[in-house]
Design a protein around this ligand. Structure first.
Ligand SMILES: [Zn+2]
Length: 301
């Protein structure tokens, strides 16, 4: 079993045919590891942009790739071909967070002819593995952690690395992999890129449902029981859609208690997430912080 860790550096560039900015890949770095995660060989290619003669100053500062260095690079197709030859036969490709995959998809779609594509077999998001390891060690974080921060928390000295150059980021990733590896957690994170689900899931953009008559909504989710006595209630105002929430007032048929019921629907690739809140009834709609403080809240998928 052999592995590849892949890292990309990209710059934001205006792409005229699409009339929007895209993230253009300008550097590809990779390390190839044997079954014990020893580094076997390394890969690095700088890409000469076909779209722009310059890089942004932010990109140059971060990566050390100036416009001159970029212009001495090779065409994107050639770089991807060379990378594929380097990665050929490796069973699992890893990147630090799946943001590289979004960029790859965008670049393949807009900048590559049909035949050249990054070759992936199985895929693993290394950030997930490292973050779950750090959580076990007590470094719990809700947000995605940066490579730099993960290295620091894991006690990896990054002095000798040029962070934000593709190859050195891969080297730091390899160090992190060696430190965080656990067979069971590693295996549970492997994704099969040949399954049609893989890219469909990646391309899917979660969205909030804004039409109360949307067929995906289970009408039962629009009913609320009385928070005081548990009795059946009726809706006493129209549904309003505010900031991703459907909001309406309710009154208990039994004890006459009035309250404000709120429900939000978020469509993800796998399911429809429903959040419900019961808030205080207010005759005057004052916008205070209190107003957002729910009496009760539930989340379900
Ligand atoms: Zn009641």
């Amino acid at each position: 079993m052999e592995y590849v860790i892949l890292d990309l550096e990209w710059d934001s560039v205006y792409f005229t045919p699409e009339k929007r900015f895209i993230n253009q890949i300008l550097q590809i770095g990779a390390v190839r590891l044997d079954s014990d995660f020893n580094t076997k060989s390394v890969f690095s290619a700088t890409v000469c942009s076909a779209i722009s003669k310059k890089v942004t100053s932010r990109f140059a500062k971060l990566t050390g790739i100036t416009s001159e260095i970029m212009r001495e690079g090779i065409p994107f197709e050639e770089a991807v071909d060379a990378y594929n030859r380097f990665a050929e036969g490796a069973q699992i490709t890893m990147t630090w967070s799946n943001s590289d995959l979004y960029t790859i998809l965008e670049n393949e779609e807009l900048l590559l002819k049909d035949k050249v594509k990054f070759i992936f077999n199985k895929y693993l998001d290394l950030q997930k593995l490292v973050q779950s390891d750090l959580a076990l060690k007590g470094y719990e974080s809700k947000n995605q952690i940066s490579l730099e921060a993960a290295a620091e928390l894991s006690g990896i000295d990054t002095e000798g690395f040029e962070l934000h150059t593709a190859l050195d980021d891969c080297r730091v990733c390899a160090e992190l992999l060696r430190k965080s590896y656990n067979e069971q957690r590693f295996n549970s994170l492997i994704k099969d890129t040949s399954s049609p689900d893989f890219y469909a899931r990646l391309k899917f953009k979660p969205y909030s449902i804004s039409d109360i008559n949307d067929k995906q909504i289970d009408r039962a989710q629009l009913d609320f029981l009385c928070p005081e006595c548990g009795g059946v209630t009726k809706r006493i105002s129209r549904w309003k859609y505010r900031n991703r929430w459907f909001v309406s007032d309710f009154q208990c048929k039994k004890c006459r208690f009035k309250f404000n019921g709120r429900v939000a629907f978020k469509k993800t690739y796998d399911d429809l997430q429903v959040r419900r809140k019961v808030c205080e009834f207010r005759t005057k709609k004052r916008k205070t912080k209190d107003d957002m403080q729910p009496l009760s809240e539930t989340v379900q998928s």
